[in-house]
Ligand binder design. Structure first.
Ligand code: HEM
Length: 181
């Protein structure tokens, strides 16, 4: 995973739990400093190791931790130079979610080793959004829920977000239902 993702996890922990807690997580996971270089592509293992160590040190389940990472991701990308990109790909939740693949394509142009997820955005007759999430990586569905929450805050559009299909339970892929009020 690109260093930027690892840095987001690190900063989330530093901002919410402080330096001492971060040092414990870093030591437990055994990750090296170079995985935090934003534009460097890394294997996924250290990212997962760090998340697992964080669940141990913070005594937190992986799901809620990844949801927090997802919600933080929207704030973090905006402040790390991607605010214009976030602005460019939609002026509301619906428009933005329809553009997720375009957004990652744009990111790919600056991060050539990016292996981004793929999304399909299905709009129902009643306006409900069904977001289909495809990835080679396991366990990250809660991160999508967190990102959707972050977007709902960013666009100031209160939304009910629910996962209605779970790859982890044997379904083909994860699906999220988003009802924007
Ligand atoms: C400007 C905003 C964004 C930037 C710069 C960005 C960039 C990235 C980067 C660098 C990765 C790591 C992939 C890799 O290293 O191979 C990633 C992964 C991911 N992105 Fe984005 N992203 C952005 C917005 C979003 C949004 C709005 C979503 C909405 C759901 C999203 C969903 C994900 C997910 C779920 C992953 C985890 C990897 C996976 O599922 O395989 N991203 N993104």
């Amino acid at each position: 995973m690109y260093g930027m993702v690892n840095s987001a996890i690190k900063n989330l922990i530093l901002e919410n739990f402080g330096q001492e807690t971060w040092e414990k997580i870093k030591e437990d996971s055994g990750v090296e400093d170079d995985i935090f270089i934003s534009m460097k592509a890394n294997p996924d293992k250290p990212t997962y190791d760090m998340a697992i160590s964080a669940t141990k040190v913070l005594e937190m389940e992986l799901g809620p931790l990844l949801e927090a990472v997802g919600e933080y991701w929207i704030l973090y990308t905006a402040r790390e130079g991607y605010k214009e990109m976030l602005d460019m790909f939609g002026k509301n939740m619906k428009e933005f979610l329809q553009n997720l693949n375009h957004l990652h394509s744009r990111v790919h142009s600056v991060m050539p080793d990016l292996n981004p997820p793929m999304f399909e955005c299905q709009i129902e007759d009643d306006g409900t959004i069904l977001l289909h999430y495809f990835t080679e990586r396991p366990h990250l569905a809660p991160m999508v829920i967190g990102i959707l929450r972050g977007l709902s805050k960013r666009f100031d559009e209160p939304a009910v977000i629910e996962q209605i299909a779970h790859k982890a339970e044997g379904e083909d892929h994860d699906i999220f239902k988003v009802n924007v009020n």
